[in-house]
Every structure is written in structure tokens, then in C-alpha cells.
Ligand binder design. Structure first.
Ligand SMILES: Cc1ncc(COP(=O)(O)O)c(C=O)c1O
Length: 370
């Protein structure tokens, strides 16, 4: 395969509704492009400087400081930056945290929580489903209905299911050690950190590019060592080495630092939460007002603000839908390969104008084909 030819200037930024790797703010991409060549006037590219050297030190500091500030992180929580995105934590969580009883409770709200549960079951034997979403309208059962096991080492949930479009309205209140996958809505609203023993997120939605995972963990919850497990899979080893157990993915760290700076410039998590709410409400209103032409089956109480999957009453129209959307400059709208249909992702960086253009297109398409 040959690489695509460089695009002629001026570059065009299409509307990108992809679920991840996701759209990045143009300011961030332009700064990255410049710094890949000459980082801060050093004459060295940011991908080519020592991760422990003085040029990279401000990136390491900014990651820690800005994320602590944005999350209002209590001092007992540590931040780990790790290779591999989100999925490794499906295994690392049970390996590190289900040491005592080797049992864990899982709330299954869609694709990713089921994947995490299966991986835990492989490793520790017992990973029970304590609650599962109902059939359409898809609803998350209230905590009072969860069949929690008092002997389980933790309760696990996925805050936002990017495939299914199901999101918890807030972190559940359970009097048990709580673990969360925040990959698909991290930093999209304030989060009650103190309810959690550990949370993790892959970076590729709201925090930059693929392959980087961030873990926020109560230090007291981590066992010092996990015998029989490679050191690269021991959270405490990453904590002890300041997330530099080996050479980090410096470019992904750098982009994450730029994204944290961008989030602060945009007004922080409260401001982004309000904007994200507006974007999602606008899109759901068009779907719900389409007289059944478009359909989303998730109950309003747990509809995702980040990923909006929907179907067309007439699936044979889908090829026309995607072609006409692309002609209108709206890209990467296809649903997850396991579900089909349409999915629009509205992460932090998705501009409100892009959502407006999508809504106008949906109404126009329905008028022509309905
Ligand atoms: C909620 C959630 N968890 C986990 C993952 C897996 O992420 P990764 O590909 O970084 O392993 C995704 C990816 O979309 C996701 O949305």
C-alpha cells in the first residue's frame, strides 16, 4: 500500500463524527504538526526528544498538573499513563485488584462492559453480571436492583458505552470499591472521583490519540506487587516509576498535554458539559421528531451524550444516506461493525456547528426520502 499523497494547501477539515480515533481540535493538530518538526524552537522534533530530558519535562508536569486540576483530584489518588489504550485494563484491573476473593461484580450496559467482564472471567474465574440493561427502551437498572456480592473485590461499570450509546447519568452510588471505564466520556463532564477505587480511559476520544491509557487510582488500593504477573502489568510498578517503566509514547503524551490545555482554555469540565448537553439534545430532538424515520432505542435517562447510534426505518436507504452525508461533508457516520446503522460521535472537540450541519442534513434527507 502506498501512503496517500500530501494534500494540497490550504487544508480542508471535514466534519468528522468518528467514534475514535476521534476528531481533534484544529489548533491542537496544527501545533502538533509544527512541533513534530521543531519543538518550541529547539530545532528538535517533539517525537525525537528524550522522555526524561529537560525539553520534555514541561509535558510531564503539565499532564500531572492539568489533569489533577481538571478532575479536582484528591491527593490520595495517583495518575498513571500507560501504553496500550483502554483494553489492557480489562485484564489489568482483575489481575491487580481481585487479589483477595478473586471475585468481581460487573454491570453490563453494552459491548465494552461485556468485553471487560469476559476478560476478568478468563483471569480470575468469577466475574458475575450483577445487572444488565433492559431490552428497548434500553434502561440501566437502578443500583437498588443490582445483585451485588458483598464478597466481590470490586464493582465494575462502563460510564459510557460507545457502541450502544448508553451512558450513566452519574457515577453510581455503591458502598463497594468501584472501578469504571471512562474511555468514551472522560473529561466530558465533572466526575465524582472519590466514589471510585480506580478509573481508566483510553486517550483516543477526548484526550488525544490512540495507544495511550490513563489510570486514576486510590494509591491505598494498590497491592505493592502481584506475584506471577509481568511488571509491566502491575499498576504499583508504574506508580513507583512515575509512568516511565519503559519509554513512554511521547507523542501521545504530548497530544494529551495539548488536549488538557485546550480543555482548560474552553472553560473546563462544567463548560464542556453544558456544550455537550446542548449538542446531544439537539441531535436527539431531530431523531425523536422524525416520526420514526430515524430511531434510537435508548431511554432518555441513559442516552449517551457522546455517541448517538440510530437506525433508519428503511435500512435499504443506508448506502444513499452515507453517500449523501459524505457529499454534504459529513464523514465517519457508520455504526459499529457489530450493529450496523448510523452512529454520530459528539466528543468534546466536536463543534456545535458540525452538529447543526448534521441535524440539517438529517432533516433534509428525511424530506427527500421519507
Ligand atoms: C468504553 C470503551 N472502552 C474501551 C474501548 C477500547 O479502547 P482501546 O481500543 O483503546 O483498547 C473503547 C473503544 O472505543 C470504548 O469506547
Amino acid at each position: 500500500m502506498t501512503a496517500p499523497a500530501p494534500s494540497p494547501r490550504p487544508r480542508r477539515r471535514a466534519r468528522n463524527f468518528g467514534p475514535g480515533p476521534a476528531y481533534l481540535p484544529t489548533d491542537v493538530v496544527e501545533r502538533l504538526a509544527a512541533d513534530l518538526v521543531d519543538y518550541g524552537g529547539s530545532g528538535l522534533g517533539v517525537a525525537e526528544v528524550a522522555h526524561r530530558g529537560p525539553l520534555f519535562a514541561p509535558v510531564v508536569e503539565a499532564l500531572e498538573e492539568r489533569l489533577r486540576r481538571l478532575l479536582a483530584l484528591p491527593p490520595r489518588y495517583a495518575i498513571l499513563w500507560m501504553h496500550g489504550g483502554a483494553s489492557p485494563h480489562f485484564g489489568l484491573v482483575p489481575l491487580n485488584l481481585a487479589r483477595r476473593h478473586r471475585r468481581a461484580d460487573y454491570v453490563v450496559t453494552g459491548h465494552w462492559s461485556e468485553r471487560a467482564r469476559e476478560e476478568a472471567a478468563r483471569l480470575i474465574g468469577e466475574a458475575r453480571v450483577v445487572a444488565r440493561v433492559s431490552n428497548p427502551p434500553v434502561t440501566i437498572p437502578p443500583v437498588s436492583a443490582w445483585a451485588l456480592d458483598p464478597g466481590a473485590d470490586y464493582v465494575y461499570y462502563t460510564d459510557n458505552e460507545s457502541v450502544d450509546g448508553v451512558e450513566f447519568p452519574e457515577a453510581p452510588r455503591v458502598e463497594r470499591p468501584l472501578v469504571a471505564d471512562l474511555t468514551a466520556n472522560f473529561l466530558s463532564r465533572p466526575v465524582e472521583i472519590a466514589r471510585h477505587m480506580l478509573l481508566f480511559a483510553g486517550a483516543q476520544k477526548n484526550l488525544g490519540i490512540t495507544g495511550l491509557g490513563v489510570v486514576v487510582v486510590d494509591r491505598d488500593a494498590l497491592p505493592e506487587d502481584v506475584p506471577g504477573v509481568p511488571r509491566a502489568d502491575v499498576y504499583a510498578a508504574h506508580l513507583a516509576e512515575g509512568s516511565m517503566l519503559n519509554t513512554p509514547n511521547t507523542v501521545a503524551w504530548y497530544v494529551a498535554a495539548l488536549m488538557l490545555e485546550w480543555i482548560e482554555k474552553e472553560g473546563g469540565l462544567e463548560a464542556l458539559a453544558a456544550r455537550n448537553r446542548r449538542k446531544a439534545d439537539r441531535l436527539y430532538a431531530v431523531l425523536d421528531g422524525s416520526g420514526g424515520f430515524y430511531r434510537n432505542d435508548v431511554a432518555a435517562s441513559c442516552r449517551s451524550r457522546m455517541n448517538v447510534p440510530f437506525t433508519l426505518a428503511e435500512p435499504a436507504l443506508l448506502p444513499d444516506f452515507f453517500r449523501e452525508a459524505a457529499d454534504a461533508g459529513l464523514h465517519q457516520l457508520d455504526g459499529h461493525r457489530s450493529r450496523g446503522g448510523v452512529r454520530a460521535s459528539l466528543y468534546n472537540a466536536q463543534p456545535e456547528e458540525a452538529v447543526g450541519e448534521l441535524c440539517a442534513f438529517l432533516e433534509e434527507f428525511r424530506r427527500r426520502h421519507g
